[in-house]
Design a protein around this ligand. Structure first.
Ligand code: IPE
Ligand code: IPE
Ligand code: MG
Length: 241
């Protein structure tokens, strides 16, 4: 079975985005605290990133903390901040060695200064890497991003007739990244939860019931195989062959 799948020529998405969901339920199903689920949800990161590099995906965007996630219990929010810090400490050298360029999408302002500094240093260190662009969505919300873009356009004195799709793209946190081709959501939830609401206008969606900590290389390959079979029309009709 695995062999047959490997034999298929795969259409590789240029940009994959993932809503990494289900850490809490993964922990609950093992009678562990929610934070144990969040920690487990960082163990597979390296494998998923490696798989993207191997398959030739050029942009990977990971939804790690939403603007709405501030509404969770203080202890969970604090734990998530600590986990992000630990992941940077643990993974950055290896990611840098593997040619991964780190970017952040979202607002860093509400994040404590020492963590913000770490994120900015990691971005600076990896800025010339070209194998994979890794966008980490942390304190990210799609609506927040659009408000931020409109505010900045007004502050820059942009006139109404100059507002185009391209200009809006340039004001979003994702400026410089192409739109996501494939958005994956783990844990069985069938919603977007404020993720890439502008950029995902024509993304293909893939939903899996697997909780994020159990999502690995094989699951990523399965998602890309399914993507490969999709017929993207962008509102048009298929061209005659
Ligand atoms: C996703 O897992 C991680 C974050 C949102 C930070 P959840 O914490 O949402 O896990 P569930 O959905 O409660 O299982
Ligand atoms: C979306 O998951 C945010 C992240 C995965 C970071 P949530 O668990 O916060 O979303 P809802 O509450 O199920 O919509
Ligand atoms: Mg969730």
């Amino acid at each position: 079975m695995a062999k047959d799948r490997e034999a298929l020529p795969m259409k590789i998405p240029q940009h994959v985005a993932i809503i990494m969901d289900g850490n809490g339920r993964w922990a609950l199903s093992r009678s562990l605290p929610r934070l144990a689920g969040h920690r487990a949800g960082t163990e597979n990161l390296r494998r998923v990133i490696e798989a993207c590099v191997e398959l030739g995906v050029q942009y990977l965007t990971l939804y790690a903390f939403s603007t709405e996630n501030w509404g969770r219990p203080v202890e969970e929010v604090r734990g998530l901040m600590r986990i992000l810090e630990d992941v940077i400490d643990r993974e950055m050298a290896e990611l840098h060695k593997n040619g991964v360029q780190l970017r952040h999408i979202g607002e860093l302002d509400r994040i404590k200064p020492s963590l913000k500094k770490k994120v900015l240093e990691a971005i600076e260190m990896t800025k010339d890497n070209t194998r994979l662009v890794l966008n980490v969505a942390f304190n990210y919300g799609g609506r927040d991003e659009i408000v931020f873009a409109i505010r900045n356009m007004i502050e820059d004195g942009v006139s109404a007739e100059d507002v185009t799709f391209d200009l809006v793209n340039r004001y979003l946190f994702t400026a410089g990244s192409p739109d996501p081709d494939l958005i994956i959501r783990t844990s069985g939830e069938l919603r977007g939860s404020n993720f890439l609401i502008w950029q995902g206008a024509y993304a293909e969606w893939y939903f899996t019931p697997i909780f994020w900590p159990d999502f690995g290389k094989d699951e990523l390959k399965t998602a890309i195989e399914e993507y490969s079979q999709r017929n993207r029309r962008f509102g048009q009709v298929n061209k005659k062959k």
